[in-house]
Design a protein around this ligand. Structure first.
Ligand SMILES: [Zn+2]
Length: 261
């Protein structure tokens, strides 16, 4: 087993597809060429029906990316959101409950939502995405999306690190982390209540999220939701580490392509 990475910061569209090629050409390319030679002698197998259906569901850009990658390597291909894959990984390998929200904090804030044991996609394939919900009515920092005070401006790693670098002492650092945790709790409250979630799981930098931030989120959720109804809600960090997205993708491929569930 090997590990390979390509930088993807800020890239979209065909640039993202090219980055995928750079990542896959070496490990998959050899097999691609072998399959390519075989194609002269035998008809190309039809893609599994589920793959075609999934491509249509995912909509324009994603469907096109999936088709381009599938054609380059002559392999069934699924394109999926990283936070959704993390949620799937947590559900299968991390013991997450059937009603779980996974919040993935990195350069942005992503989220995957599992309800009744199933990944929820939503009408525009953005279910659970609370990163660009404005939290509070007191303004906040400008966000890349054009609004101000989105959850991402409080919680994304680069923003948190910048605020912590500006903090004068330990008390100010704790205040920064607690503020971010409270904003996350405020954003999560209605979601937890509406869906009666059993678990909220955070994935991201342990040094930022575990501790004061997570505690403040838990306190905020407790104070803003009905304890009798949502008292058994568990809020924790993932234990799956950096491979959480890959693990979820493995589950998705096994389920989607091999029919294993
Ligand atoms: Zn925003």
């Amino acid at each position: 087993m090997g590990r390979a990475e390509v930088p993807v910061r800020g890239i979209t569209g065909m640039e993202a597809v090219d980055a995928t090629y750079r990542l896959l050409d070496e490990p998959v390319g050899e097999r691609h060429r072998i399959r390519h030679r075989h194609r002269h002698r035998q008809p190309r197998p039809r893609r599994p029906r589920r793959h075609r259906r999934l491509g249509a569901q995912l909509g324009g850009t994603t469907s096109r990316s999936s088709r381009l990658v599938a054609e380059r390597y002559d392999l069934p291909t699924q394109v999926a959101n990283d936070a959704n894959m993390a949620a799937q990984g947590e559900r299968t390998f991390g013991g997450a409950s059937a009603d779980t929200m996974l919040i993935r904090v990195g350069r942005g804030v992503g989220s995957g939502l599992i309800v009744g044991g199933h990944l929820v996609h939503g009408s525009g394939f953005a279910a659970g995405e609370i990163g660009h919900v404005v939290v509070g009515t007191d303004g906040g920092a400008d966000c890349a999306c054009g609004k101000a005070g989105c959850l991402e401006t409080w919680l994304a790693s680069p923003r948190l690190e910048a605020h912590l670098a500006d903090a004068a002492d330990d008390a100010s650092r704790v205040a920064v982390l607690r503020e971010a945790g409270e904003r996350l709790g405020i954003a999560l409250g209605p979601v937890v209540a509406a869906l009666n979630l059993g678990e909220v799981i955070l994935a991201g930098p342990h040094d930022l999220l575990a501790g004061d931030l997570l505690e403040a989120t838990a306190e905020t959720l407790r104070s803003r939701t009905m304890g009798e109804l949502h008292g058994d809600l568990s809020l924790r960090m993932t234990a799956l580490g950096r491979d959480i997205v890959v693990l979820g993708a493995v589950v998705t491929v096994l389920t989607g392509q091999a029919g294993i569930s």
